[in-house]
Design a protein around this ligand. Structure first.
Ligand code: SF4
Length: 64
């Protein structure tokens, strides 16, 4: 099963992954008063890697 991780030190919370993920893996949550992408639906990931490729801060890693 794929494993999607977000490095909160890199994530700027701009929501690109929320927009590009075709299966709604991510949502933006408020963590320590800052918006961060959280993979709330990891099991749905189809490993298209759109999030990894389009994240402007390379915060996302998808492992098969
Ligand atoms: S690899 Fe594709 S399906 Fe998986 S979380 Fe990223 S955008 Fe969504």
């Amino acid at each position: 099963m794929p494993k999607v991780t977000v490095d909160n030190n890199k994530c700027n919370g701009d929501g690109t992954c929320v927009s590009v993920c075709p299966v709604a893996v991510f949502e933006i949550q408020n963590i320590n008063n800052q918006p961060k992408a959280v993979p709330v639906n990891n099991d749905a990931c189809i490993v298209c890697r759109a999030c990894e490729i389009q994240c402007s801060t390379q915060a996302i890693v998808v492992k098969e």
